[in-house]
Write a protein that binds this ligand. Structure first.
Ligand code: GLP
Length: 237
């Protein structure tokens, strides 16, 4: 595990963007696993700035997202597809047909989970997976006590997660109760993982994640076992 102690949120965003940029430079047709939440917003802003300066070319990459709320359509402002389009894809030269997010409005959600997992496999797996972390240690939407061997599946969100994510919705009642998420196994199969975390309120969960016992009650603790994990953290370790 490599840990980078960022000096500020801006520094965290630069460091994370450096790692993503290096991956594109090394392999122009890389498959990225991208994440949502507030933490990666600065990283995506950095990538957009670098693209606009002519420093990065996204035309060869493919991107698969970690998760999506069940029931939200692609044009819903809180859907993760909408987030990725507006925060990143609309501003860079990525081929949109090479960007994938689970379809939260699929008729058959179980089938969508299987399709998504097969899609990732058909791409040859993920070269670099970007991850944020929930206050309860969730990665993607793999909530505490998710079995480490799960692949893409549908989850019922914990009340704490619904409460935490309600800041993005008009009210808590509007937060979807379920989500499709890559599983822990899907995430762990990525060749490289980049975990970003910012803010003192993540200090406790980051301590448990990086230095506590590896156990399903702290889903992110499995990352200790990954052979190529980089952590970029500001004010939480
Ligand atoms: C959501 C996402 C996670 C993300 C988490 C933390 O629940 N599904 O992928 O890591 O939020 O978000 P934030 O970065 O806003 O703390």
């Amino acid at each position: 595990m490599k840990i980078i102690h960022a000096k500020s949120y801006e520094d965290l965003s630069c460091e994370a963007a450096n790692i993503i940029s290096a991956q594109i430079t090394q392999k122009s047709n890389s498959v990225f696993g991208f994440a949502t939440g507030s933490t990666p917003i600065g990283t995506y802003e950095q990538l957009v700035q670098r693209y606009k300066k002519g420093e990065l070319d996204f035309s060869g990459i493919t991107a698969v997202n970690l998760d999506e709320y069940v029931g939200l359509s692609e044009d819903h402002e809180q859907s993760y597809r909408y987030f990725m389009n507006t925060r990143l894809y609309d501003h860079i030269n990525i081929d949109k047909s090479h960007t994938f997010v689970p379809i939260g409005t699929a008729q058959d959600i179980d089938n969508e989970c299987l399709r998504y997992e097969e899609l990732i496999n058909s791409l040859g797996g993920i070269d670099l997976q970007l991850l944020g972390i929930g206050h309860n240690g969730h990665i993607g939407f793999n909530e505490p006590n998710t079995c480490f061997s799960t692949t893409t599946h549908c989850v019922k969100l914990k009340d704490t997660t619904i409460k935490a994510n309600s800041r993005f919705f008009a009210s808590e009642a509007q937060v979807p109760t379920h989500a499709i998420t890559m599983g822990i196994k899907t995430i762990m199969q990525a060749k490289k993982i980049l975990l970003i975390a910012s803010g003192a309120e993540k200090a406790d969960i980051m301590q448990k994640t990086l230095y506590g016992p590896v156990m399903p009650s702290v889903p992110a603790s499995i990352l200790q076992m990954h052979p190529d994990l980089t952590v970029v953290a500001f004010d939480c370790i």
